[in-house]
Design a protein around this ligand. Structure first.
Ligand code: SF4
Length: 424
């Protein structure tokens, strides 16, 4: 579902114009909003677990889901999974083209392949293209930096050279320069491969293609995507592969994807994390919201707290954000520690809390609503947020009868930090 303003182009940079393809009912490329994807971690053949995980992904706003299809048993489960979920299903295939053909028969909305690692290379790709063309579905050509070097025997990793000359002078190449050249060469090989695979598809008059050029090295991926975007108008699936755990992966993805999106490059994205896939979706939307490319969900502002604060802003902010994780209606919420920045940020938000000494002022749409003690912060903020949401989402945020439990601790300068509040 789209929300007001979501289809608008970025006001940061003009988004690069790409062809539009469709993955099920989700448009990718052209003027379509940048779609957010994830990938399940379950065994696909375990239909119950896979569907349950996809439901969790749907709840937090995932728009396209990919599943791994390593064996025929997994491929044969796809039809049942597809029947039970509500977002487009993508089959992730390596090596065996028969798996892709079965996935297509099972009714998936897209197949993701790396033609470079398919058995019988081009011949297999041609079979898959014939199948997806007949079903009218899309295909992603996924080129990864790791597989390129394995494929391309000519590729030699450039090493930093250090040499002691006879006259005693230590001579070494500039590491930064050597790395830049290495990065450019690898990116160029990735782009060349992607363009070659695209040309194979075009010879078969197939154009429902998205392309990814992933690397676990942020700057290599950025270089590859930039180069590709200058030479092709096929829609681009952005990702930093094997980016790492929650913090590491979120930072690498934000830097890499942020650089590209700010330049108008990218039509769909996945943030890859060594975490539950549901964790990937808020990170992806946060990147898009930060660049004003999407406005779905909660724009959240909270202060880090400091020696001026006299409420436990960290606990309150974390608890409010956690409880708003499933909200998809665009809404701006602020949780602030004190009068320095609190009233300003809270007034600018749809709902805001500006802390004082063990109490806080609640704002709604720029107006002061009331002042509440710290043990009522959570109830007061969530009640106001719920009042601005559609009924279905409001009930997720604010249960009938209100919020009885209290977020964590409180602190004041007189009493010190981390004094537990007595639960009501
Ligand atoms: S709003 Fe107040 S408590 Fe929060 S960081 Fe700023 S000065 Fe510190």
């Amino acid at each position: 579902m789209l929300f007001t303003g979501e289809a608008k182009r970025s006001n940061l940079h003009m988004r690069r114009k790409t062809r539009q393809i469709h993955v099920g009912d989700v448009a990718v490329g052209g003027d379509a909003p940048i779609a957010v994807q994830s990938m399940t971690t379950t065994y696909t053949r375990d239909i119950e677990s896979t569907v349950a995980q996809i439901y969790r992904l749907e709840e937090v706003g995932c728009e396209i889901v990919r599943v791994a299809v390593p064996e025929m048993e997994d491929a044969l489960a796809l039809g049942e999974i597809k029947k039970r979920i509500h977002i487009p299903l993508v089959a992730d295939i390596h090596y065996n083209p028969e798996l892709a053909l079965e996935a297509v028969r099972q009714g998936v909305d897209k197949v993701r392949i790396n033609p470079g690692n398919l058995l019988n290379g081009r011949k297999s790709l041609e079979q898959i293209v014939a199948a997806v063309k007949e079903r009218g579905i899309a295909m992603r050509i996924g080129v990864n930096s790791g597989s390129i070097d394995a494929l391309d025997q000519r590729a030699k990793m450039q090493r930093i050279q250090v040499r002691l000359r006879e006259d005693g002078v230590l001579e070494k190449t500039d590491p930064a320069e050597a790395r830049r050249k290495e990065r450019e060469q690898l990116a160029e090989r990735m782009v060349s491969k992607a363009l070659e695979y695209i040309s194979w598809c075009e010879e078969l008059d197939f154009h429902e293609i998205a392309v990814s050029l992933k690397s676990s090295t942020v700057l290599t991926a950025v270089e590859a995507y930039r180069r590709f975007s200058q030479r092709s108008d096929y829609p681009i699936h952005l990702g930093i592969t094997e980016a790492g755990t929650l913090v590491t992966g979120a930072v690498k993805s934000s830097v890499g994807l942020g650089l590209l999106l700010a330049e108008g490059i990218g039509d769909t994205l996945r943030v890859s994390l060594s975490a539950e896939p549901e964790e990937e979706i808020p990170v992806a939307f946060e990147i898009l919201r930060s660049l004003e490319l999407r406005n779905r969900g909660v724009t959240f502002v909270s202060c880090p707290s400091c020696g001026r604060v006299e409420i436990d802003v960290i606990s309150v902010a974390n608890e409010v954000e956690k409880r708003l994780a499933k909200v998809q209606t665009p809404i701006h919420v602020a949780v602030m520690g004190c009068v320095v920045n609190g009233p300003g940020e809270s007034r600018d938000a749809d709902v805001g809390l500006a802390g004082g000494k063990g109490k806080g002022v609640i704002f709604r749409k720029g107006q002061v609503i009331r002042t509440v003690p710290e043990d009522q912060f959570l109830d007061a903020v969530l009640k106001e947020v719920a009042s601005l949401l559609p009924a279905r989402e409001a009930s997720l945020v604010y249960p009938e009868g209100g919020i009885k439990d209290v977020a964590g601790m409180h602190r004041t300068r007189d009493e010190g930090m981390n004094i537990p509040i007595l639960k009501s």
